[in-house]
Design a protein around this ligand. Structure first.
Ligand code: AHR
Length: 490
């Protein structure tokens, strides 16, 4: 029996963000493909736009990632034919700059998502960040704002969320710095950006992963200098299956520890600086990324335009793990305010698209879309009686603000047996199960392909609701999402 406990916090809609980087076919052949039969007048792929809306993405980070640390945003504005072709050293690619800041802002409007822009604090500087900010957000009457208007964007893009660089703790990053050096640069950038607009929401760079030698000390140093200047500290984490499937299925425990580690460092810095500022976590890159696909920087590869890089084919096992990672994220709704599935299309993406061809949902699309429907809900603690069969299941319960619906997400991680799960929802006055879906396949490594894009897709799940208790039987290695309609008391 699973019992439901106290509320943890409200799942901010921004927990269901994603990320589009100039990397491989993420932009070109991903969200942007003029000439595709489903292209909009702006050259955006209409089929991909539909899938992005269906996925329920709220906010999209751009333009990188490692790419941003070598990017000059001015290369990506103005008449497309005048834009320079450049080498992108981060991903050993040729960047045509056909797609830039104005196109991204227009794409966000079409996709109905909020933009989250990263400034270049690798090879870039405070001035280039400020100029980008003025270009995107100032109304008119200055050289930069009028340049934007003459490039076709009469209204400012009004971007609220800004990342102060990307992964500058990583030696692979162009412009990699020590924590002390980055802290000074981030503080200078944040102060200057706030001189333009006090109310911007700023994300300072945290650790690139939990295994970084500097994890913990990086956050402490950077936040001690910037705590009163920023709103969020980032963290990034990717998980992979090295062949030990049971260990891989336990990935969410490592995410729990990572988030709790960052949260305790935030509290430590608040204590030592006597700051009452409410700093939250921006987990702005997370996903399953099987490193066997990490072929971007293979020696001998030549610079190419929009090469096929990191085109992960996600399996059922990956989807179940992604579901558990989402459960971990929403279960930390008290400390995590933003999260971005990295990435959106083609590049370690929830969506795949072929040039001139179809777009389809990868297996990981489904748990993301299901949990994203819990945006704005209160997330409740859950407890599984120890030793009960449900101990192989991870259960999350959320409740809508109006009390009319409760969502239950269950990951079943045992590989060799089904499980009966019973969840006590009596306190919510449940009336009927309005929707119940199961993601399952007998082969943990089954995936969706261009030839068969629905191999791993949800089917209807049988449930029973008696005496306020919701019961389901789940097959080995599966994911279930249920929506229960409730009576509103009073
Ligand atoms: O998402 C792919 C890459 O992973 C990003 O460019 C970088 O920030 C991270 O290391």
């Amino acid at each position: 029996m699973v019992s439901v406990g106290e509320p943890i916090g409200v799942a901010d809609p921004r927990l269901f963000g994603s990320f589009v980087e100039h990397l491989g076919r993420g932009v070109y052949g991903g969200i942007f493909e003029p000439g595709h039969p489903r292209a909009t007048v702006e050259g955006f792929r209409g089929d991909v736009l539909e899938l992005v809306r269906e996925l329920g993405v709220s906010v999209v980070r751009y333009p990188g990632g490692n790419f941003v640390s070598g990017y000059n945003w001015r290369d990506g504005i103005g008449p497309s034919t005048d834009r320079p072709r450049r080498l992108d050293l981060a991903w050993k690619s040729i960047e045509t700059n056909e797609f830039g800041t104005d196109e991204f802002a227009a794409w966000c409007r079409a996709a109905e998502v909020e933009p989250m822009l990263a400034v270049n604090l690798g090879l870039g500087d405070v001035r280039s960040a400020l100029e980008l900010l003025e270009y995107t957000n100032y109304s008119s009457g200055t050289a930069l704002s009028d340049e934007r208007r003459s490039n076709g964007a009469a209204d400012p893009h009004d971007v609220r969320l800004w990342c102060l660089g990307n992964e500058l703790d990583g030696p692979w990053q162009l412009g990699h710095r020590s924590a002390e050096e980055y802290a000074e640069l981030a503080a200078a950038s944040a102060s200057a950006m706030r001189m333009f607009d006090q109310d911007l929401e700023l994300v300072v760079v945290g650790s690139s992963n939990a295994d970084m030698e500097t994890f913990g000390s990086w956050e402490a140093t950077v936040l001690s200098r910037t705590i009163d200047l920023v709103d969020f500290i980032s963290c990034h984490i990717y998980f992979y299956n090295d062949g030990d499937l049971p260990a891989f299925l336990g990935s969410a425990a490592a995410l729990d520890r990572f988030l709790e580690g960052v949260a305790s460092t935030i509290r430590h810095v608040q204590t030592v600086t006597r700051s009452s500022r409410d700093i939250r976590i921006s987990l702005d890159e997370w996903n399953v990324w099987n490193y066997r696909a990490y072929d971007a920087l293979k020696p001998g590869r030549s610079f190419e335009q929009a090469p096929r890089l990191l085109e992960e084919e996600y399996t059922l096992a990956d989807a179940v793990v992604v579901g558990t990672l989402l459960q971990s994220i929403i279960s930390h709704a008290d400390v995590v305010a933003i999260a971005a599935l990295a990435q959106l299309v083609n590049v370690i993406g929830a969506i795949r698209a072929e040039p001139n061809g179809e777009a389809w949902r990868q297996s990981i699309f489904y748990p993301f879309a299901a949990v994203a429907r819990s945006a704005g809900h209160t997330v409740h603690q859950t407890a599984v009686r120890s030793g009960s069969p449900e101990s192989d299941a991870r259960v999350t319960v959320t409740r809508s603000a109006d009390g009319e619906s409760v969502h239950v997400h269950v990951a079943h991680l045992a590989l060799d047996r089904p499980v009966d799960v019973e969840i006590d929802l009596a306190e919510f006055w449940p009336e009927r199960v309005a929707h119940a879906e199961l993601l399952w396949h007998p082969d943990p490594y089954a995936s969706n392909t261009q030839e068969d894009p629905v191999t791993v897709a949800p089917s209807t799940l049988e449930t029973s609701l008696r005496g306020g208790r919701l019961s389901v039987t789940l097959p080995p290695l599966s994911w279930a999402s249920m929506r229960v309609a409730c009576r509103v008391s009073g």
